[in-house]
Ligand binder design. Sequence first.
Ligand code: BGP
Length: 476
Amino acid sequence: MKGLPQGFLWGGATAANQCEGGYLEGKKGLGTVDVIPWGENRRAVMSGKMDYRTLPKDSYYPSHEAIDMYHHWKEDIALMAEMGFKCYRFSFAWSRIFPTGEEDVPNEEGLRFYEEMIDELLRNHIEPVVTICHFDVPLALEQKYGSWRSRKLIDAYLRYCEVIFKRFHGKVRYWMTFNEINMLMHLPFMGAGISFHEGENEMQIKYQAAHHELVASALATKLAHEINPDNKIGCMLAAGQFYPYSCDPEDIWAAMEKDRVNYFFIDVQSRGEYPAYAKKQMMRENIQILTEPEDERILKENTVDYIAFSYYSSRMTSAHPHPEIETSGNAFKTLRNPYLKASEWGWQIDPVGLRITMNCLYDRYQKPLFIVENGLGAVDKVEEDGTIQDDYRIAYLKAHIKEMIKGVEEDGVELIGYTPWGWMDLVSASTGEMKKRYGFVYVDKDNAGQGTLERKKKKSFEWYRQVIATNGECLK
Ligand code: BGP
């Protein structure tokens, strides 16, 4: 096959808590993401080490207004349409539909908000791709049950799923059950609303919560297929292959183990059972999770249809400590790879790593893949004439898209689509900043929340429009 398939889903991605704002409008309830502050306490709250109730009164919460898509969605969809988007990946805020997670009836205003957006997308021939849960749990469920620590969350999540699968029957076909499900292991409060008390066995709690999410994901898959056999359900991994520091077999083994921490989730969601290495690890570490007799069958019978993933960077590890070359990368500690350059936030730039990651995932699961996040977080400057010359972003995306095309054309990977992250500037998940921008569209707002929220096209806007119009051929 030459080039990308016809009908390839080019588009862009966002998440409710990072773009919507309107955090209490339309009878929305608070979500766990709404209590994650900007600034020095952010990391401690996200990792579940600091109780959000103890935050200073004047803390600033970027999700509350974000880029106010809640009031700008019509003009934002017009921009997507102008770029020729074939799809738009976004998430529903769970607490907009079930403000406390346990109402008898869903919040009609919340459902109507998403319905109007979806109808507008469809009018513009843009396929909606919905993440059911992108880093947010109704805060009331966190307060009452400790979030995904409790099996109760499975029921609450399934009621939410049933409502949205029925309401958007025939309108939404592509769903993802949990964004970056493996984030639970790295930033548990951000990923799953999990925080810890002094002296608790954190691994035990994380694996228990993971089990609940995995069963919930499988049951949601079952439900989605029952309600509409055309529904396509995906899992979603924060991906990026671990490279070994050297060819020392100990380093190779260390890289394999690190990959497995993340693959664990997808192994269950895609193959339908706990992998042998995970069972052994749990025994070794004396992790005993509570399960129900039917769980095994539920996981086995309800595997996902496709594997979605985010890719920003590859990672590197060693069996031995190398503190002098540690750097950051999407919440994962990694070593600095001397062959790679890095972004201003230290995330290493590795386009070939995208092709490697695609191939590893496809070899492992043999299911269609969907790249639902990729991009460069960078500082943009508005020139005196009002233009934004983001050639660095174009260079990053061009290099990644070229490798993506090789993965399809030369390696035979089945790929559904590509939705670069933050196609319009939005709040950064890791830092809460606005300064870390990913978009083709600039949004006038700064880290402290000041700005007019005006949208402006960057140079990359026209560039991406052409990439889509030629199905990637203009890059050859
Ligand atoms: C992923 C998340 C996104 C997004 C992205 C970029 O982990 O799924 O929500 O924000 O990373 O990260 P950041 O915003 O920290 O630059």
